[in-house]
Design a protein around this ligand. Sequence first.
Ligand code: SAH
Ligand code: SF4
Ligand code: F3S
Length: 467
Amino acid sequence: MNYPDLKKARLRTDNDVNVKEVKYDFDAIFKGKKYFLKTYGCQMNMHDSEEIRKYLEVLGFTETNQLELSDLVVLNTCAIRENAHDKVFGYLGRCKHLKREKKDLILALGGCMAQEEGVVSEIKEKHPYVDIVFGTHNISSLPQMILEHKEKEQNIEVYSIEGDVYENIKYSRDSKISAWVNIMYGCDKFCTYCIVPYTRGKQRSRALDCIVEEIEGLKKEGYLEVTLLGQNVNAYGKDLKEGYDFKDLLERVAKTGISRIRFVTSHPWDFTDEMIDVIAKYENIMPYIHLPLQSGSDRILKLMGRRYNKEAYLTLFNKIKKKIPNVSITTDIIVGFPNETEEDFMETLDVVHTCKFDSAFTFIYSPREGTPASHILDNVSLNVKEERLQRLNEVVNRYSLENNKRLENKIVKVLVLDENIKDKNKVYGYTETMKLININGGKESIGKIIDVKIVEAKSFSLDGEVI
Ligand code: SAH
Ligand code: SF4
Ligand code: F3S
């Protein structure tokens, strides 16, 4: 195995729950106890929750989806926008109430909010009933903190410096069919509005050999799909000086022969022609790219520190469309960044009209404490922000529907993931282009890639029939 920097790579061994002494009889302490795990935020957090779940299971806990039945509550939080933050504090209120009835309930808060400036002191002062606070750099401290929680009033361990690069982590994964695989931690881009480089630290790429080994293992276990995760996957390897980059990683992963490879998120600035060529070359690399635009105005893009302008984005977009047949491209857009004028917003709409994205996540700008943009006067009124968001969503949804309608009566390959929760006579899955599709049919197709005829297209999903 080739580790680029052994000092940085911390290896975990089988069933390593990272406790100081292995003298504990976990079964005697936690057997029969239940945990409730709630995850906010992006795929990165959902994948971290799969690590948390593994630790809790090794300790002897079993999962419950009912807060009221739990003995341990873990909130894995997100800090990307103010409303994410508010939701967590709202939920803490519910937990506080429950703790009044259930004195032994252990309440733990982890994730990006724990890393946010001021949150730890806010919890210390206003939420003394929270037992454990752990950060994104020390998820593996959680088992030890749970074991010790009674010894301390509040057990808080949040590292402000970025952690190691972890290899060989064990997960209790959500799915047996499709798996997330971290290829890097943190982010170096420091877009001026974004809190992620502060909550997740600087970029640290995992060793290429270790990633490939993990994926080979997943394939052996029967997984059909992997999604490579990173805040900026195209910058993979840049911090390692090992001479490999994202295209090399993609190529090695494609050669493992796993059926489907996806990756999020792509940053336009680091997207090279060679990467596009590799995506186009391998059939098992899915023709789907999430390519955040954020704004179509050069002036705002500069204020956001995004490192590309409208023309560069469009050039990249067109290259991808030309080289990768039937590719679908989705995006993220922020409206109401400080100083955004109607003209700036029209530039954003113009890019949407040109690109006709398959779909887009759209957000109202939310100032985050500690980020450079939070020092710029937030001078666009909430009314204007809301009105722009609504106008943008109308256009975005129109193109989503148009793109989807074009698929009607076509036959597509679908990886079927599970039963439809609302309708047991249906199953759902995703097309190669990452479109959600509900299919008439039984459970026998779950975990398979099947041909499906699209019978009806909507803005946010498709309906299909097995053929
Ligand atoms: N690493 C990814 C995105 C991470 S956050 C990238 O660079 O594209 C997901 C999305 O949240 C971002 O693309 C952005 O559109 C949005 N976002 C991030 N910070 C925000 C803020 N302060 N206010 C509103 N939206 C924000
Ligand atoms: Fe945030 Fe920018 Fe990094 Fe994405 S690339 S996580 S938006 S700083
Ligand atoms: Fe939120 Fe942290 Fe992801 S802030 S979006 S959970 S990296």
